[in-house]
Design a protein around this ligand. Sequence first.
Ligand SMILES: Nc1ncnc2c1ncn2[C@@H]1O[C@H](COP(=O)(O)OP(=O)(O)OP(=O)(O)O)[C@@H](O)[C@H]1O
Ligand SMILES: [Mg+2]
Length: 361
Amino acid sequence: MTIEPPCASVALTGVRKSFGSLDVIHGIDLAIDEGEFVIFVGPSGCGKSTLLRMIAGLEEVTDGEIAIKGRDVTDLDPSDRGIAMVFQSYALYPHMSVRDNLAFGLTMSRTDAAEIDRRVSQASAILKIAHLLDRRPGQLSGGQRQRVAIGRAIVRKPDVFLFDEPLSNLDAELRVSMRIEIARLHRELGNTMIYVTHDQTEAMTLADRIVILRDGRIEQVGTPREVYEDPANTFVAGFIGSPRMNLLQATWVDRDRIRIGDTALEAPALQANFAGNTTVTFGVRPEHLQLSESCEQGMPAIVEFSEYLGSTRYVYCRLADGQTITIEHRTDFDPKNGSTVALSMTAGRCFVFDDQGLRLR
Ligand SMILES: Nc1ncnc2c1ncn2[C@@H]1O[C@H](COP(=O)(O)OP(=O)(O)OP(=O)(O)O)[C@@H](O)[C@H]1O
Ligand SMILES: [Mg+2]
């Protein structure tokens, strides 16, 4: 008996993209499992949409290979790849009813009429748009239009769904409810999904794994928990999490101590070789800092201002050496602007990065 090696749902090997002389994707290797929900995040212009469009076949690959379900699709037309893409702009046909919008792709590929009816009613039931089938897109709300756009992808029964910022045109409340809908959809359909977003909450809540991109390169791939709790470098540390991680200039003075300004702190236990008095970046998230009135213990800081958000408070402070630091503060103590406070840190929650920004472990 031979056992087939499990083949990835989507596999990118050495994928590059240049627009003329501009290199935007610099060689991406990534394997996405069957049924996995993978989210691409990264700053504007880092190449998220370009990468997704290459997987979809809407953009040619300059170099490298794309395989879907073990089949090389690098040179195939979008319609032959077993994918369906949902765009931010919905891209619905304004003069057609919702029903015809949903059916359009199937009609074009000459699917049998009874089968089209079956798939359209199934998709509209899943998305709760059955009562809207006779309307035109202009007679729908933004959220309803986005459901139709997703429905159009569902009826095609693709192997892989591709989403490019599908919720970014919706208001905050609708985004939250659509986000929950998409999570439910993924549970029900079980398909592989690749999803581009700017929204940290979407990335953290929807993804099985998050791919963090910068300037056309992958900085880290991991579960939401891994990228949050175990960032590989200062870029990922600063990108994931809001408010962002405090990244402070520091000196690693001896095995056990790190100095920030004049304050010596206990260094986290590191395997890395100690080279003596090296410049490092010390990372600590706002929620892992505590602030107290008593100035006897901890790192002294001056409160510059604070933001009251009800359940929590963000306090922005300046350290003695001039660096700023953000603290998420949840006790009743209300620090006054200009007052001196003492900061302490949750043990085991601090990070050290070398002068290239790479994590020291
Ligand atoms: N057709 C094109 N011709 C030339 N350059 C392009 C083209 N499409 C994209 N680019 C460039 O490629 C880079 C990546 O663009 P891309 O749209 O993939 O970024 P993105 O990560 O999706 O950004 P955003 O978050 O703003 O949507 C950018 O520098 C962009 O200007
Ligand atoms: Mg984009």
